[in-house]
Design a protein around this ligand. Structure first.
Ligand code: AMP
Length: 281
């Protein structure tokens, strides 16, 4: 496995690889890798000749300075995990390498970046679009892999690719969970013992709520989820909404058109966890 820190070096390597007619898959990450990340690596390896991962904690997507400061960083361990799992190339740039100039671009993805995470983390998706568009420019992959754990992010990346006419195919991959149902997340490492014990209540409530689609209104299902989670002393729902999976607009009735997803953010002490579930009607 080759580790590259310089953007120009990576771009040149990928050009060589592509000249050999090989397919390139790309998995952007912020490190502190777990099986969720590895599932994307595995999917990329299955669908491409060469898999490239990036590890970069992107400052422009953090609206909370403390969250950025606390974000777990463990590059050596991550590199070992990537090598063991068959990744071919890793791009691990410095902040100066990714932002040689301040990125002043402002993106507007309509409703997609105004609701849920967009509303509660101002500037977050602008930062995501900045870094992912930069990474795509450096790596220039055929396929790029994103987890549905960040449900809204996938919608925004797909929209960004269309808006910027980028020649990259976005592949979304299912959420990987711990055995107790908690969605894997680098931030789980920051939970206290009690918080970690209570956190599975998030998925439990989401999962149970899918059983009520024939007996409860959308409003009552929302209430059920919020109450079930807030019943735990360490958990506080920041938002829970049930949305059309393409427009991300709130639905008001189960008979509204399109596929539906329930998206949630929960405060667990100072940590913030997100998750989502599909309602298959
Ligand atoms: P992050 O390092 O948190 O920026 O995540 C990098 C990629 O891994 C993103 O596309 C995430 O959606 C994805 N990811 C994170 N956690 C999971 C999970 N539990 N299951 C599937 N994908 C995940």
């Amino acid at each position: 496995m080759i580790v590259v820190e310089k953007a120009a070096e990576l771009t040149a390597k990928v050009k060589e690889i592509k000249q050999q007619g090989l397919k390139v898959g790309f998995v952007p990450t912020m490190g502190a890798l777990h099986m969720g990340h590895i599932s994307l690596i595995k999917k990329s390896i299955a669908e491409n000749d060469v898999t490239i991962a990036s590890i970069f904690v992107n400052p422009t997507q953090f609206n909370d300075k403390q969250d950025l400061a606390n974000y777990p960083r463990m590059l050596d361990k991550d590199l070992k995990i990537l090598e063991e799992n068959g990744c071919n190339l890793v791009f691990a740039p410095s902040e100066a390498e990714m932002y040689p100039e301040t990125d002043t671009r402002i993106f507007d993805f309509g409703n997609l970046d105004k609701v849920m995470e967009g509303k509660h983390r101002p500037g977050h998706f602008n930062g995501v679009a900045q870094i992912v568009s930069k990474l795509f420019a450096v790596v220039n992959p055929h396929n790029a892999y994103f987890g549905e754990k960040d449900f809204q992010q996938v919608a925004i990346i797909k929209k960004m690719v269309a808006v910027l006419n980028l020649d990259v195919h976005i592949v979304s991959c299912p959420i990987v969970r711990e055995t107790d149902g908690l969605a894997m997340s680098s931030r789980n490492l920051l939970l206290s013992k009690v918080q970690r014990e209570q956190a599975p209540a998030i998925y439990k409530a989401l999962n149970e709520s899918t059983k009520f689609i024939n007996s409860k209104s959308v409003e009552d299902v929302k209430k059920f989820v919020v109450e079930a989670i807030n019943n735990n002393s360490e958990l506080e729902v920041e938002y829970f909404d049930i949305v059309n999976d393409l427009s991300l607009e709130s639905i008001t009735s189960w008979t509204d058109p399109g596929n539906k997803a329930g998206c949630i953010a929960v405060k667990v002490g100072k940590i913030r966890l997100i998750d989502n579930i599909r309602y298959n009607l």
